[in-house]
Design a protein around this ligand. Structure first.
Ligand code: ADP
Ligand code: ASP
Ligand code: MG
Length: 402
């Protein structure tokens, strides 16, 4: 038998009963003869609660101190799960991210894993211990604690599975797999037995938080066999892999992302170099731009609109306001009540009419499209946030239905 990495999300370890349930799953896997490495997230809403606590004390707290605070949630879970396993009479050890060898870059709040020094974990496995690792965290080269971004424990788990050459990385969560849409928002969403890395990566990047997008990227890069399954019900989940057996569906899934703000720079001179000016300024501040739309010039001026995450909206506005004298635009508008709804499927490249079917569904639901963006395997539209749940359902029904 080989190494199995199991990851349990916040709701799976939310209280004592759930922690004991998780310990039971881990114990079964260990007793079946496997070496078991477990990654845990903070309990329930702990991370949100910690953010709130920080806000009360200092809304402008440094990212370093935020990471110090947020990393503590996962430590609580790791030790509690270890205690539950001790009680079952099995050998276990819990480790912080740094004890488990997670070395990251210094981007506090969104750190990237540079390497994992796996000796400690391997030594514990050699001693027949079950190893419980606090997810979502590591240290940078100055030994400061970093976190990997919201939802990052999935990435901790896949990274460990990759370096340990685990047989499988199982992501246990509060749904029993990946669905064609968020089952909490779309009642007739269907569970997928399998999905490709590429499709899952698009869905995760477009708002399906069931997997952290970087975990999927990493699973693809290192060919980690990934499974998404429920910690509450014993049934098969969804396998994420390179190629899948099932016939290509036109659309594999639909996703919504509410973390979108649209900024429009209206009436800029219609001359070369304007787009360069705007986007180089944003890039210099490390503000990531998603969809960009430029109107055709008329009477010597044009409009440029783009989207950023809501967290960056204010900063993007002030960057552009600062250069108003050189950009000479007429008006700057920022709207943070925008949502992005996307369809994903590798089958759509070879099938004309997918876009028109999506737009038809939205038009029948009387939903106005503000911007459109397409790639080989996805189409995204920007709409009013207030319409987003209706849009998600309308588009899902058009392609996937009951
Ligand atoms: P965990 O705490 O286990 O990491 P998350 O809340 O991060 O769990 O992710 C699980 C949630 O993802 C589900 O409860 C579900 O509402 C949401 N979700 C969004 N899109 C999808 C999808 N396509 N399939 C399944 N779940 C989805
Ligand atoms: N606890 C962290 C969060 O809530 C990481 C995770 O759950 O994966 O974002
Ligand atoms: Mg998650």
């Amino acid at each position: 038998m080989g190494i199995i990495v199991q990851k349990f999300g916040g709701s799976s370890v939310a209280n004592a009963k759930r922690v004991n349930n998780v310990a039971g799953i881990i114990a079964d896997t260990y007793r079946a003869g496997n070496e078991v490495v477990v990654v845990v997230s903070a309990q329930g809403d702990t991370t949100d609660d910690l953010i709130e606590k920080a806000q009360e004390i200092n809304p402008k707290a440094s990212k370093r101190e935020m990471d110090m605070l947020l990393s503590s949630g996962e430590l609580i879970s790791a030790s509690l799960v270890a205690m539950a396993i001790e009680r079952l009479g099995l050998p276990v050890v819990s480790l912080t991210g740094w004890q488990a060898g997670f070395i990251t870059d210094s981007t506090h709040g969104a750190a990237r894993i540079r390497r994992i020094d796996k000796e400690r974990v391997e030594n514990e496995l050699a001693k027949h211990n079950i190893v419980i690792v606090a997810g979502f965290q590591g240290i940078n080269r100055y030994d400061d604690v970093t976190t990997l971004g919201r939802g990052g424990s999935d990435t901790s788990a896949v990274a460990l599975a990759a370096v340990l050459h685990a047989d499988v990385c199982q992501i246990y969560t509060d749904v029993d797999g990946v669905y064609t849409a968020d089952p909490r928002l779309v009642k007739n969403a269907q569970k997928l037995d399998e999905i490709t890395y590429d499709e899952m990566l698009e869905l995760a990047s477009l708002g399906a938080q069931v997997l952290h997008n970087r975990s999927v990227e990493m699973a693809k890069k290192y060919s980690v066999k990934l499974e998404v399954l429920s910690s509450l019900e014993k049934k098969s989940g969804t396998e994420v892999k390179e190629v899948i057996k099932v016939e290509k569906m036109l659309i594999r899934g639909v996703a919504r992302d509410n973390d979108v703000a649209r900024i429009s720079v209206i009436g800029v001179p219609d001359v070369p170099g304007i787009a360069f000016k705007i986007f180089s300024l944003l890039a210099a501040r490390k503000i990531n731009v998603d969809i960009i739309l430029q109107s055709i010039g008329r009477h010597g001026t044009k409009d440029i609109s783009f989207t950023v995450s809501r967290m960056h909206a204010d900063q993007a506005v002030s960057v552009i306001e600062e250069v108003r004298p050189t950009l000479r635009y007429e008006q700057l508008v920022c709207d943070s009540t925008i949502s992005k709804v996307s369809i994903v499927g590798s089958g759509m490249v070879a099938n004309p009419g997918v876009a028109s079917k999506m737009f038809e569904a939205l038009s029948e639901a009387n939903i106005n499209i503000q911007m459109i963006s397409t790639s080989e395997i996805k189409i995204s539209v920007l709409i009013d946030e207030a319409d987003s749940e209706r849009a998600l359902n309308a588009v899902h029904n058009a392609f996937i239905g009951d």
